[in-house]
Design a protein around this ligand. Sequence first.
Ligand code: AMP
Length: 507
Amino acid sequence: MTNPLHDALVAPLADRAAPVLTDAGGATLTGAALHAATMAFAGALDDLGLRPGDRMAVQADKSPAALALYLAALTTGVVFLPLNTAYTADEVAYFVENAGAALMVGDPAKAAALAPIAARFGARFETLDGAGQGTLATAAGTAAPRTAATPRGPADLAAILYTSGTTGRSKGAMLTQSNLLSNAQVLVRAWRFTAADVLLHALPIFHTHGLFVATNVSLLSGGAMIFLPGFKAGQVIDLLPGATAMMGVPTFYTRLLDEPRFDRALTAHMRLFTSGSAPLLAETHVRFEDRTGHRILERYGMTETNMTTSNPYDGERRAGTVGPALPGVELKITDPATGAPVPRGEPGMIEVRGPNVFAGYWQMPEKTAEELRPDGFFLTGDIGTEDAEGYVTIVGRQKDLVITGGFNVYPKEIELLLDEQPGVLESAVVGVPHPDFGEAVVAVVVPAPGARPDPAALAAALAVSLAKFKQPKHIAILPELPRNTMGKVQKALLRRDLAHLFVPAKA
Ligand code: AMP
């Protein structure tokens, strides 16, 4: 028996004398060295008594060692559970308990807060810092390295990634060997990754985008990565000449466009820029092309489904759309109330089925049953439309739908109109409690640099093209929208901050 992910991602590294990882200072790690680090960590996990199927929660800064630890989990069959480095100890406690983690790996600087949590839930505690040092690294230095991978099958669990959980508690999405491998294979082909590619990797590796989309695709193709602890526009510009491809969230691209050095000459050698995890404004897509001559390839996916749609590599990359379903992925748009397909072009729930779709939520059978149909279609919670050529446009999250006076309002429709107004950089529309209408449509507008848009003028402009019930009952001007690390606008925060516009706060 084999271990598909180890065989595809780790084993080929053993013979690679060429660098696979380069850091910001130009220091490199060869494939053979990354392989050796992986097998050393695998040996340490054995020594700690971890068995295949045990969960390992890891809250570690991004580093080559953290990457090797992920690969060691794949190799040993230990289920990898990465945690956002911004989570507080209290938040970490939930994941360690919920997942029944056998081992918790954390930053040595947080050991005083994290070790008691591990102890409380019966997990071992080891440390690893951003420089690759800590008790786990020391253990890897003395353990007998693994010489072979633990046999695993396609349906075996490889990782549990907790959803960001903006509503209710976060859920652990169970991802199997074949979920991850099949998606990486599809993306390597779709985006033409080869051993000649150098991917500029500035995404976090606790999230599906940086961990699976970026890392797995690069490793599977036999290419190399410029592996950065985080995104800094100036540093990315300095290092871009050594890259052939870059994967980013939309904020990476808007920040690069703020830099005059980011231009056609700097990017002329680049093969591909991709964007995902949050909507890329059509305006950003156009500005990027004007500045660089490159059309950003926007794709769409989520923790539970891996990547599901992508604009084409060859063929038209349409601004404002996330492209057609990837090969092997079935996608349909349905009426959220009945589950029946809606007429083409109408908005509805995006449902997807394929080898990429997760195995369910960890120990939450009711949640799994609510979102994963018996026939294998997953209800993404995203509302979208599909055009005659299969291009999908995301209209918003179902939970962001505003129901005002009994009418459904999709925020995206209003946001697109606001974004077109002079002096508007971007906008977000949410529903807030209203005594008469249930919810009221409220818009938040971020001015373009130097501009001072007038809410009354914006309201008048919207009134020309929007039915009365869709027109915002209030337009607030804010310097910026609240975003998380993946560039997603935190509408829950906006709803909270604007909750008392129409209903007084209870004393
Ligand atoms: P996560 O599970 O954290 O990756 O979040 C997945 C969600 O991010 C999806 O359900 C979408 O709502 C959103 N998302 C991902 N990619 C895109 C995209 N290209 N455009 C718009 N929304 C996106």
